[in-house]
Design a protein around this ligand. Structure first.
Ligand SMILES: Cc1cc2nc3c(=O)[nH]c(=O)nc-3n(C[C@H](O)[C@H](O)[C@H](O)COP(=O)(O)O)c2cc1C
Length: 405
């Protein structure tokens, strides 16, 4: 994607936007106006995006040596992208784009652009409310731009009003939605993804759970959505509401393993694939009706019963692509291989927490992917966005092999 950054005080928020967009698997090419470079160094964007940053049509980009490709950067960059976002968009840049003025790299790219475009204004409320800015935004909207409207609140100039750049979550979510609506590899496909942990009540105020954060599942859901899939997200507990807000999905919230099972079984009918990435409790207590009083027990024995294995229960369903996770602290690969067969899965993500390299809940994990054909991805230490990208890619391949339902 292309991210145009213009010269407003909110340019610093574009740094976090780049970080989050790359975490959802997007390759972000940043274009900055000269004024934007007064607020944030191009080097910051080059580091966060892992891509050279373009600042000027007539000199080379920051973060890479000059090459012949630089000469027509505003055309080259435009041809390679799927979506164009301007955030923050100054009153000046909005006016220029609305009138087809192409006097810098960002505005030239905007004039050359033909695909889906989003614009996130950020300015003092008087600048935003000015009829000329509103007219320019209306003109852009009529030409297909999606405005990610600014929010009300405290502005950097010390005043309050509408003009604060939309939150990073809203911006990321808007980009992912636009990508989802494109013609992608997974357009027309519906995929059910489960995320987070489950919570098994001991009594009305206490529960057993685990430390799953849902990060892998949510990144996977957004990578699939960015490829055109419609996502039914069955979300357990422990998931960051901010991250959840970014994922373009129909969300069903559940708490217990039993609720998750019921919800998955309900969703599965209309789905082409099921990615069981949630950490579902294997054991649950029979919940006491009233709070267990400590005065009544010196030692408290909890009886835990096995919960139903959701994927095992669906082993006869051969119509959809099914991917599970096997998390072990011993013989991770061996056990994953057994579960792949027992549950009749198309693929399984084997996670090994037997080493001290990455604690549970860390951004990285030791994992690999197995399919019926063998090892799709060898065991290795990987970041969750990287692993999510691999799972999403494999899902698309498996769906492609299976054909349409
Ligand atoms: C400290 C400072 C903060 C500014 N913040 C904004 C802003 O938030 N929004 C805006 O539209 N203009 C803002 N401006 C004005 C723009 O920087 C100015 O209009 C500039 O020409 C924009 O250039 P560009 O659109 O090519 O990036 C600010 C200027 C200064 C000095």
């Amino acid at each position: 994607m292309l991210l145009g950054v213009s010269g407003g005080i909110a340019a610093y928020k574009a740094c976090e936007t780049v970080r989050r967009l790359t975490e959802h698997g997007l390759l972000v090419q940043v274009l900055m106006t000269e004024a934007a470079t007064q607020f944030v160094s191009p080097l910051t964007f080059a580091t966060l995006s892992g891509q050279p940053v373009w600042t000027d049509e007539f000199t080379s980009s920051i973060g890479t040596p000059a090459s012949s490709q630089d000469v027509v950067a505003h055309i080259d960059t435009v041809e390679q992208a799927d979506v164009f976002l301007v955030a923050p968009a100054t009153a000046n840049t909005i006016a220029k784009i609305a009138h087809g003025i192409a006097d810098n790299l960002l505005t030239s790219a905007a004039v050359a652009w033909r695909g889906p475009a989003l614009i996130a204004p950020a300015m003092n409320y008087r600048m935003y409310e000015n009829p000329v800015t509103q007219e320019n935004l209306r003109a852009l909207s009529q030409r297909g731009y999606t405005e990610i409207e600014p929010e009300e609140g405290w502005l950097a100039c010390g005043e309050t009003g509408r003009g604060r750049l939309a939150s990073v979550s809203r911006i990321v979510s808007a980009v992912l939605r636009v990508l989802q609506e494109r013609d992608g590899r997974l357009s027309g496909r519906r995929i059910c993804v489960t995320a987070g942990s489950t919570r098994e009540q001991i009594d009305p105020v206490r529960f057993i759970s685990n430390a799953s954060t849902g990060v892998l599942a949510l990144k996977c859901a957004s990578a699939l959505a960015a490829d055109g899939a419609q996502i039914d997200l069955v979300c357990g507990t422990g998931v960051s509401p901010e991250l959840l807000a970014e994922v373009p999905a129909e969300i069903t919230k559940v708490e217990s393993a039993a609720e998750m099972k019921a919800s998955v079984e309900e969703q599965i009918d209309g789905c082409d694939a099921l990615l069981m990435l949630a950490a579902v409790a294997d054991f649950a207590p029979a919940s006491a009706k009233h709070k267990i009083r400590k005065g009544e027990h010196e030692v408290l024995n909890l009886e835990l019963r096995r919960t139903d294995d959701i994927l095992y229960g669906l082993r006869q369903n051969k119509d959809i692509v099914k991917i599970g996770v096997s998390l072990e602290t011993e013989d991770a690969l061996e056990r994953a291989r057994t579960k792949l067969k027992e549950k009749a899965l198309d693929a399984i993500v084997a996670v090994d927490y037997g080493t001290d390299e990455a604690p549970y809940g860390d951004v990285s994990l030791r994992a690999g992917i197995l399919t019926g054909e063998g090892e799709h991805l060898p065991m290795g230490l990987r970041t969750k966005p990287e692993l999510a990208g691999e799972i999403a890619h494999l899902t698309a391949m498996l769906l492609n092999n299976k054909g349409r339902r």
